[in-house]
Write a protein that binds this ligand. Structure first.
Ligand SMILES: *[C@@H]1O[C@H](CO)[C@@H](O)[C@H](O)[C@H]1NC(C)=O
Ligand SMILES: *[C@@H]1O[C@H](CO)[C@@H](O)[C@H](O)[C@H]1NC(C)=O
Ligand SMILES: *[C@@H]1O[C@H](CO)[C@@H](O)[C@H](O)[C@H]1NC(C)=O
Ligand SMILES: *[C@@H]1O[C@H](CO)[C@@H](O)[C@H](O)[C@H]1NC(C)=O
Length: 432
C-alpha cells in the first residue's frame, strides 16, 4: 500500500519525481581522475551476500535451486553499463579500470571473502539477517517477496540472471544491477550461488509486527535501500553509488573526488557560520517543517535554507548544483525525505559538521556512525530551536565542531570505502 501511494505522489508531482530523493546534490563534469572507489562498496555487497549465505545456512537452498526453472530469467553478466543521458562518459571509463584491475583482484587471496578491516556497520548486517538465522531461507519466503520486488537476481556458477517484475523509479534498478555485475567482475568465482529479491522503492514493506506472534508466518527476505525499526527489510547500498543518471550524479568515487576539491576551496574557519540546506521540500511534510526555520524578518534560527528546483537544474544542464560547490558552510543539515535520503553521504563528505535531523529510516552504514562523534543530532519535534542551539554551540566551540565535521567526513570517505592495501597509497596522498 505504501508503495502505491508513493507512486501516486510521483505521478502527480514531477518535481517530487526529479528531486524525490535529493536535492542539494549535483555533479561535476570536470573531474579527470577516477580511482574507482566504488570497488569498496562492492566489497560491502560481497559481505552482505556472503553473510546472507552463511548466516541463513540456506538449508534447502541448494536443493531448491533447480535451474531448469530459469524461465523468464535473463542472463545479465554480459550486460552493458547503463548510460547517462548526458555527456558523461564516467561509467564507460570505469569499465576499463575494472578490467585491468580484475586480474589483480583475482590474484589476491581468493579465499579471502571479507575485507581485511570491518567497518563498524558490518555487525548490523548480521543483525539484519537474524530473523532467518534459525529457519534458513526457503523457496516460499523468496516467492512471497515477489509481491513488491522489482527484480529477482540469481547468481549461479558466477553468472547473473535477472527476472524483472516491474519497472523501478527512474534507472535505480539498472544501476543497482550494474553494481552487482561489477561485483562479479571484481570477485570472479568467489560469490556463492544466490537468489535474492530486490525492491527498489523507497520505504520498507516487511513489517516485523506481522511475524512476531504467528510462528508459522515467515518473513520474506527482501532487499532494499533503507529500512526502519519496525521492518525487516534488508538494507543494501543504493543505486547512487554507481550513479544517478536522472540528476547527473556520477558514481560515488567520482563525486568524492569532486567534494574533496570543494573542501579544499573553503577552509573551515572561512566557511559561512550558519546551517545550510538545499533540497526539495515537497517530498515529505518534515521537510516543509524544516523550511519554517529559515531566516526571516522576525527570527534568525542560524540557518540558510534553499529550495532545489530539479526541473530548472535539468534544463540548465545542472550548472548550479555541483556537489563540490556546496562545501561553503560550517554546518550542513541532513533531513530525510519520503524515506532515507541519498543526499546523506554527500552532505557528510563536506567536512562541515552535519546537523542530523532525527531520522526514522536507516541505510546500510548510518548505524555505524555516532552522534556527537560523527554528527550533531537535531530534534525532529523542535527543529528550529535545536538548529539554533547547535550552530551557536559550534560557533562557540569551533575546534570541537570542526572535529565532528572532519570525523564524519572521514567515516564516509574511508569506512564507506574501505580501501584495501592497493588503495591505501591513494588515500595517504589525498589526505596530506
Ligand atoms: C574517458 O576516456 C576517454 C578516452 O580514454 C577520455 O578521452 C575522456 O576524457 C575520459 N572521460 C573522463 C570523464 O574521464
Ligand atoms: C585457498 O583454499 C584452498 C582450499 O581450502 C587451499 O588449498 C589454498 O591454498 C588456499 N589459497 C590461498 C591463497 O590461501
Ligand atoms: C589544496 O589547496 C592548496 C592551496 O590552497 C593546494 O596547494 C593543494 O594542492 C590543494 N589540494 C588538493 C587536494 O586539491
Ligand atoms: C531563506 O532565506 C534566504 C535569505 O533570506 C533566502 O534567500 C531563501 O530564498 C529562503 N529560502 C526559502 C526556501 O524561502
Amino acid at each position: 500500500m505504501l508503495c502505491s501511494s508513493h507512486l501516486l505522489i510521483i505521478k502527480n508531482n514531477r518535481l517530487a519525481e526529479k528531486g524525490k530523493h535529493e536535492d542539494e546534490l549535483a555533479t561535476t563534469n570536470n573531474i579527470k581522475r577516477c580511482r574507482c572507489l566504488e570497488k569498496s562498496i562492492v566489497k560491502v555487497i560481497v559481505f552482505i551476500v556472503v553473510s546472507l549465505f552463511i548466516s541463513a545456512a540456506l538449508l534447502d537452498f541448494l536443493g531448491y535451486l533447480d535451474f531448469n526453472v530459469f524461465e523468464g530469467f535473463k542472463l545479465i553478466t554480459k550486460r552493458k553499463e547503463p548510460k547517462f543521458p548526458y555527456q558523461c562518459d564516467v561509467v564507460q571509463n570505469q569499465s576499463h579500470q575494472i578490467s585491468s584491475s580484475q586480474s589483480r583482484a583475482s590474484s589476491l587471496n581468493p579465499n579471502h571473502s571479507q575485507p581485511s578491516t570491518c567497518p563498524s556497520y558490518f555487525r548490523w548486517i548480521h543483525e539484519d539477517l537474524r530473523p532467518w538465522k534459525q529457519t534458513g531461507i526457503t523457496k516460499k519466503m523468496i516467492k512471497k517477496a515477489s509481491k513488491t520486488a522489482h527484480f529477482r537476481l540469481v547468481i549461479h556458477n558466477g553468472k547473473a540472471y535477472v527476472k524483472r517484475y516491474r519497472k523501478s523509479i527512474q534507472s535505480r534498478d539498472d544501476f543497482t544491477l550494474w553494481g552487482i555485475i561489477q561485483l562479479l567482475r571484481w570477485y570472479p568465482g568467489r560469490l556463492p550461488d544466490l537468489d535474492l529479491m530486490f525492491d527498489a522503492d523507497d520505504r520498507p514493506v516487511v513489517r516485523s509486527d506481522d511475524f512476531i506472534s504467528q510462528q508459522q508466518k515467515e518473513p520474506s527476505p527482501l532487499f532494499r535501500y533503507c529500512s526502519d525499526d519496525a521492518s525487516l527489510d534488508i538494507v543494501f547500498p543504493d543505486w547512487s553509488f554507481w550513479g544517478w543518471a536522472e540528476v547527473n550524479i556520477k558514481p560515488w568515487g567520482k563525486s568524492l573526488e569532486a567534494i574533496k576539491e570543494g573542501n579544499n576551496m573553503t577552509q573551515w574557519k572561512d566557511r559561512v557560520a550558519y546551517a545550510y540546506w538545499r533540497g526539495n521540500p515537497y517530498v515529505d511534510p518534515t521537510r516543509g517543517d524544516l523550511l519554517k526555520c529559515n531566516i526571516s524578518e522576525h527570527e534568525d534560527w542560524n540557518t540558510r535554507l534553499y529550495i532545489q528546483d530539479w526541473d530548472k537544474e535539468s534544463k540548465e544542464g545542472f550548472k548550479n548544483s555541483n556537489l563540490e560547490n556546496q562545501c561553503t558552510h560550517r554546518y550542513k543539515i541532513y533531513i530525510e525525505g519520503w524515506a532515507w535520503s541519498v543526499s546523506e553521504k554527500y552532505i557528510m563528505a563536506c567536512d562541515s559538521m552535519t546537523l542530523y535531523v532525527k531520522p526514522r529510516f536507516y541505510d546500510f552504514y548510518i548505524r555505524g556512525m555516532m552522534p556527537l562523534q560523527h554528527y550533531w543530532p537535531i530534534r525532529d519535534d523542535s527543529k528550529c530551536t535545536s538548529l539554533k542551539f547547535a550552530v551557536h554551540w559550534g560557533n562557540t566551540h569551533v575546534e570541537k565542531a570542526r572535529e565532528i565535521g572532519e570525523k564524519g567526513s572521514r567515516f564516509i570517505r574511508e569506512e564507506v570505502n574501505m580501501k584495501d592495501g592497493d588503495e591505501r597509497g591513494a588515500r595517504a596522498r589525498t589526505m596530506s
